[in-house]
Write a protein that binds this ligand. Structure first.
Ligand SMILES: *Cc1c(COP(=O)(O)O)cnc(C)c1O
Length: 223
């Protein structure tokens, strides 16, 4: 299936108005299709399986910024630690400690977002607002010198109810604002609110997202 390059430029224009960044979600898509997007000038891609990300990283140009957006198991962190640019899906303190350990081995800082649970569905990973706030205030956090917490990622309920989606994004936006207001917690050079995918990114932008993760609108439906 061909990549929707025209749709990509429409999306990039929309994002520009909101000063938001696009993560082109390329999971399950072949390297040829990623190259088509890359050759149009876009270099930020998101994957949610470790093995697939590692293989694509090996095969594709080294100036691609790879974001990890899926559920990450602690024992797989070492595979992506040498090169990953942002992990959107940190959902436990244990995982954060593991990322710090592997980042240190690689002599780098790994940028992370805390995944916050905003949807009504039971199956989504992530912290509650309270858990995220507790983690950010925990004394042990300052020992982790090789991670940077830049913000939050959230996924809204898969529903046609726009008001529900808006309410969920809005709640994360408010949380983000309250944490930002407490200086020194988030990396002030890069404060990121990752919200919105193909079906709901317009609502997410209206609700203050500054990073969207879009797959099917660019690469076509996945099988
Ligand atoms: C697959 C995925 C996306 C992109 O979904 P589309 O509906 O194809 O835009 C965004 N975020 C996460 C976490 C995903 O797993």
């Amino acid at each position: 299936m061909p990549v929707h390059i025209e749709q990509l430029s429409v999306i990039l224009n929309e994002l520009n108005l909101h000063k938001a960044v696009l993560v082109a979600v390329s999971k399950t898509k072949p390297v040829e299709e990623i190259m088509a997007v890359y050759n149009s000038g876009h270099k930020i891609f998101g994957e949610n399986y470790v093995q697939e990300l590692v293989e694509k990283h090996e095969q594709l140009p080294k100036d691609i910024q790879w974001h990890f957006i899926g559920h990450l198991q602690s024992n797989k962190v070492k595979l992506i630690a040498p090169f990953v640019s942002l992990i959107h899906s940190v959902d436990s303190f244990k995982l954060l400690k593991e990322i710090d350990k592997e980042a240190k081995k690689n002599n780098r800082i790994i940028h992370c977002l805390l995944q916050v649970y905003i949807a009504q569905e039971e199956t989504k990973f992530g912290f509650s607002f309270e858990e995220a706030e507790n983690l950010l205030g925990s004394p042990g956090l300052t020992d982790l010198k090789n991670i940077s917490i830049d913000g939050f990622m959230g996924m809204a309920t898969l529903t046609d109810d726009e008001n529900q989606i808006r309410k969920e994004f809005h709640s994360l936006k408010n949380f983000f604002a309250s944490i930002k207001a407490q200086s020194g917690i988030l990396n002030p050079k890069s404060e990121i609110l990752s919200m919105g995918m193909t079906s709901d990114y317009k609502i997410a932008l209206e609700e203050g997202s500054n990073m969207v993760r879009i797959g099917s609108a660019i690469f076509g439906e996945r099988n």
